[in-house]
Design a protein around this ligand. Sequence first.
Ligand code: GLN
Length: 499
Amino acid sequence: MEGSGSMDKKAIVESVPQRGFFGHPKGLFTLFFTEFWERFSYYGMRAILLYYMYYEVSKGGLGLEEMTAASIMAIYGSLVYMSGIIGGWIADRLIGTSKTVFYGGVLIMIGHIVLALPFGATGLFTSMAFIVVGTGLLKPNISSIVGDLYEETDGRCDSGFSIFYMGINMGGLLAPIIVGTVGQEYNFHLGFGLAAIGMFLGLAVYLATRKKNLGLAGTYVPNPLSLEEKKKVFTQIGIGSIIVAVLVAAGLITGALTLAVFTMTISVLGILIPAVYFFVMYRSPKTSAAEKSRVLAYIPLFIAAVMFWAIQEQGAIILAQYADKRTDLSFMGLDLQSSWFQSLNPLFVVILAPLFAWLWVKLGSRQPSTPVKFSLGLFFAGLSFLVMIIPAFGGTETLVSPMWLVLSFFLVVLGELCLSPVGLSVTTKLAPAAFSAQTMSLWFLTNASAQAINAQLVRFYREDTEIVYFGIIGCASIFIGLILLLFSSKIRGFMRGVN
Ligand code: GLN
């Protein structure tokens, strides 16, 4: 059944069986496992993609330059989170979140299947297009449905999001071990095939349990387009697409559209899109005075989150390269795979998330405010890069102990747990009511902007620039964290009652 904006929250919540998954609504089971498998496929693919791009052709790779491969990883990651804007819009105005999630999953699965086939670079770029759009449809919307399962006053909501965040990271933890091992030890395409199977399992869980567990959640269209609006919007989208297609074709034919130009375009968009978002929200007549103040408070938090994700996401690029090139992979009699290091971040999240949840509850009203937690996040992220300077002093001739990477991933997760779950919840609280539906997309834009900037940054990393590279980025993060700390009570004032 498809409803309209008038469907009230109470009817939705009542249609969802309120128990059945660790004391949470049964729908959480469906969303947990769908997202588990989606992340399994995404992080499994990411764990071997970099190596697939720069390994020599004789080793089953594409033989690209390392610097180029690193830039592509960042651009790709940025687009994956940027396209959430499209997903949010389609759900809000056309078909609702539930259907959008399903179509997203199908596109993602097709993307992985394309990579599983031996199509070389053409296959890679085709697959990327499918996965960018598919993830944009699925990722923010599945998170929104989590919010649909609970009454506004339901105290279980925050812990529901924590359980969901664990599902994300359990998928991310298993994937590099399974997909990474198969991809690196046997064949890259076989690895990508496993990612496709993962997404298939996610879709199967979703389809088999959706009706029974999710009830009306995600089936309504909050702000549907009228027939007239549809005509207008579709015409605009059509014309826009033709213009972009012509520009791209012209760029390709004349040779003006190089990878560097494309990368720069995405980097600029990564900064421009959130700026426009903020401007529109702030200027909208639908935004009240208190909400305007909160929009202003959100800006420094947004910038801090961008700095944080820039470091966190380099775990899959620069530190992945480091694992492959600079790390001694025989450790205590074990032969490690470089892709396995990608499991460290989700592993530490799964272990430490309950500890942090407990800590915040225990501290109660004495816990640090959101801006202070964000500055802690930046401090740990900065530290995670600064420690990588130490092994660099030993020169680049000898391989370093894998424990350096373990330490670095551990530190960044301490930061992630101060910033990421907190960021999700503060985003919903600071959002102007008229824009509430798009806030998930806005939060994911912090990651998109970070990776858009990374696409430029990662090109400066080389073995002989390590000390400067890790040093400058690490210090920048701590510096921004300090500024945030200095202004934290001022920012809290602008938050108007939100903590
Ligand atoms: N690792 C998290 C995820 O995959 C982080 C994404 C984010 O930017 N919030 O969901």
